[in-house]
Design a protein around this ligand. Structure first.
Ligand code: ASP
Ligand code: MG
Length: 405
């Protein structure tokens, strides 16, 4: 007998009919003899609707507290209805708000962080044979005020509860079968992965295969809570995400290919190769709150070099403006930019112990006549920047070359 935390996202609880389906899964888990704690999201797009209402009234720093009171109602509705469905089917169940459990957070309204979880009440419920249905995405601060954890925060609630209760597995039910080798909309033969490590998931998530809230993965990694991402619409086993030591088998060299189209590249040409130049260029960029991703600076033969970096495409125009100023100050020759680029990344912990992954990647791109504009590497990731129009071709070619089908 195990303790399982199950989280059902908005699409899995979109209507009352969906709740029947969820109840069936919960009851099936109970019948296997497991204790179950369920974390739910708001139904469908309810949080968007509530958010929109708040905006119509006017959101200011003074009203953020009340925004949390409003947003948290979405999850509370689901806990009540799902508990009712379960009870009507003869399964003992009880709803809990974040405050009732007591999920203690700091007071940063609309983006609060969990500080502590009191498990006594939940545990007492479980011990008496009740399925606990907990509202995701919400907590309560020291003053007893309702807080929310930021959009997508129910994943974090689930993982945090699993960690606090010492659960055996945290199952995240969603509308996809699990984590794929790459986006199936780009590569038909993309495959649902059986296993993945936390580190790989973090790389794949931050690069755009947004099935899991990043903070939830960080949390799971820190407390070593195994996560399983799976569909609430079928009975497939999904993707199990664990720490590398727990995965207990030889790692594939590449687990997945992530990509993003929303990047832009800026180059400052003819800058002096002297100490302090990088900070003179990037300082004003970060002062403008623009996040920089990749950075490349050449070695200079003649004391003059080019400095290239990438930013999110949304920040491109502003970054260009900032750079124009900087260029005059540091006496650079010219600046140029390109917002039609894309980044493709190979991710896999197996890379650590295998040489030649980069070579194979570059050879594959070359054989498709795709020019690589920038390269960056980490222990478990190799990323390249290419012309956006070759993105799909590149992803397909790499997916085939690394035999991810
Ligand atoms: N309902 C919240 C949202 O839509 C939290 C969640 O579902 O994770 O962002
Ligand atoms: Mg979500």
């Amino acid at each position: 007998m195990a303790l399982i935390v199950q989280k059902y996202g908005g699409t899995s609880v979109a209507t009352v009919a969906h709740l029947d389906n969820v109840a069936r899964k919960i009851i099936a888990t109970r019948e296997k003899g497991h204790d179950v704690v369920v974390v739910v999201s708001a139904m469908g797009h309810e949080t968007d609707r509530l958010d929109d209402l708040a905006r119509q009234v006017g959101v200011t720093p003074e009203t953020l507290r009340e925004v949390d009171v409003l947003l948290s109602t979405g999850e509370q509705v689901t806990t009540a209805l799902l508990s009712m469905v379960l009870v009507n089917q003869g399964c003992r169940a009880r709803s809990y708000t974040g405050g009732q459990v007591k999920i203690l957070t700091d007071s940063s309204h609309t983006k609060a962080r969990i500080l502590d979880i009191e498990c006594e009440r939940l545990q007492a419920g479980l011990d008496s044979g009740v399925v606990a249905i907990v509202a995701g995405f919400q907590g309560v601060d020291e003053q007893g005020r309702i807080t929310t954890l930021g959009r997508g925060g129910s994943d974090t609630t689930a993982v945090a509860l699993a960690a606090a209760l010492g659960a055996d597995e945290c199952q995240i039910y969603t509308d996809v079968d699990g984590v794929y080798t790459t986006d199936p909309r780009v590569v038909d033969s993309a495959r649902c992965l059986e296993r993945l490590t936390f580190e790989e998931m973090l790389e794949l998530a931050s690069l755009g295969s947004g099935v899991l809230h990043t903070r939830a993965v960080e949390f799971a990694s820190k407390y070593k809570v195994p996560i399983r991402v799976l569909s609430s619409f079928n009975d497939s086993k999904g993707t199990l995400i664990t720490s590398e030591d727990d995965s207990g088998m030889e790692q594939p060299i590449i687990s997945g290919i992530a990509f993003t189209r929303d990047e832009a590249k800026l180059t400052v040409m003819g800058v002096k190769d002297i100490p302090g130049i990088a900070s003179k260029i990037l300082g004003p960029i970060s002062d403008a709150n623009i996040e920089v991703d990749m950075i490349v600076q050449n070695v200079a033969a003649d004391m003059s070099t080019d400095f290239t970096f990438t930013v999110s495409r949304n920040d491109y125009d502003q970054a260009l403006l900032v750079l124009k100023n900087v260029a005059t100050q540091i006496d650079a020759r010219e600046i140029s930019g390109d917002n039609k680029i894309a980044k493709v990344s190979l991710v896999g912990v197996g890379m650590r112990s295998h040489a030649g992954v980069a070579t194979k990647m570059f050879r594959t791109l070359a054989s498709e006549s795709i020019n690589i504009q920038m390269i960056s590497t980490s222990e478990i990731k190799i990323s390249v920047v290419i012309d956006e129009k070759y993105l799909e071709l590149a992803v397909r070619a790499l997916h085939a070359a690394f035999e991810l089908e």
